[in-house]
Ligand binder design. Structure first.
Ligand SMILES: NC(=O)c1ccc[n+]([C@@H]2O[C@H](COP(=O)([O-])OP(=O)(O)OC[C@H]3O[C@@H](n4cnc5c(N)ncnc54)[C@H](OP(=O)(O)O)[C@@H]3O)[C@@H](O)[C@H]2O)c1
Length: 286
């Protein structure tokens, strides 16, 4: 049996490899797939196989998926070309005879009004049409979307956003990746949709409060219009397209698009999900 992970050189992919190893999957059964040979080389120290393939290269993808029984397909990042890249991955998996494809989608992909949702919805439909046994790992927001900015927000004394008092079921990369590892290393998940998010949803105001408590500094939440938030993110160095996605995400939080109480994540990983306050404390301790 071998399990392949695409985008293995990214944060989620790497966390999934670590989780598979922790769950006792032998290194020789793990295949890391990525587009960057230098970054992939850093993973070969783990004793796992590495294969180079860009989502834009159907032939390389098919070769990368040879003899793969289960594939963790991590969604791409390139807005505009992403859906065609995703189709390439699914076609290659089907041609290579992969036995199961686990795709990282977005929470409530059928009904979500997020800007990123149509690509996920269309990819899910394409996977269903392929006839491949599938698992949809529909992730809510990453906790890192908040904690990556923790030190900067403590520095300025205010968290900026456009989420109002909406709640978000964010969870850590480690917890989402461990859910994927659980799905890939055990049986009985074929053709299942998991709606994944943290056990305890929070508002951005509560996140600001956690920053205050962890840093012993005053940090408040300032709610902005979408346009002002996009501009502020630009000021923090975010590229324009990413700033749009983040600001749109905040409006989605306000509408409840990223709120989920399925309990699927905690059930799959077999423990409570990481708490936002602990993630904030961890982020500020480095
Ligand atoms: N739920 C959320 O809050 C949230 C937030 C942001 C993104 N996402 C989605 O979750 C995915 C994983 O997140 P992450 O935190 O691991 O992101 P990340 O650290 O930025 O990793 C993205 C990975 O995608 C790879 N990639 C991008 N374009 C590719 C292509 N054309 N061919 C092959 N590989 C390609 C990158 O390769 P390189 O290492 O070579 O650059 C990288 O390994 C993202 O790709 C995105 O779809 C979700």
């Amino acid at each position: 049996m071998s399990i392949a992970i695409t985008a293995a050189t990214g944060r989620y992919g790497r966390a999934a490899i670590d989780a598979l190893l922790r769950r006792g999957v032998p290194a020789h059964q793990i295949v890391a797939v990525g587009r960057n040979p230098e970054k992939l080389a850093e993973l070969s120290g783990l004793g796992i196989a590495t294969r180079v393939a860009d989502y834009g290269d159907p032939a390389a993808l098919k070769a990368a998926f040879a003899d793969v029984e289960k594939l963790l397909f991590v969604s791409g990042t390139e807005v505009g070309t992403r859906l065609q890249q995703h189709r390439n991955v699914v076609d290659a998996a089907a041609r290579a005879g992969v036995g199961l494809i686990a795709y990282t989608s977005v929470v409530k992909a059928d009904t979500s009004t997020l800007m990123v949702a149509p690509d996920h919805k269309a990819t899910e439909a394409y996977i269903r049409e392929s006839g491949l046994p599938f698992v949809f790992l529909r992730n809510s927001w990453y906790m890192a979307n908040y904690t990556d900015m923790a030190a900067a927000y403590v520095g300025t004394g205010e968290v900026l956003g456009a989420a109002g008092d909406g709640r978000v079921s964010a969870a850590t990369h480690a917890d989402y990746a461990d859910a994927a590892a659980a799905v890939l290393s055990t049986s009985g998940h074929e053709n299942t949709v998991y709606e994944l998010g943290g056990d305890t949803a929070f508002t951005v105001g509560e996140y600001a409060q956690a920053l205050s408590e962890s840093s012993n500094r005053d940090v408040v939440y300032r709610d902005l219009s979408k346009g002002d938030y996009v501009a502020a993110l630009g000021g923090f160095g975010f590229p324009a397209d990413l700033a749009e996605v983040f600001a749109d995400g905040d409006l989605g939080v306000a509408r409840g698009d990223l709120l989920i109480d399925s309990g699927d994540l905690g059930r799959l990983i077999g423990r409570p999900t990481a708490k936002m306050r602990d993630a904030v404390a961890d982020a500020l301790s480095v």
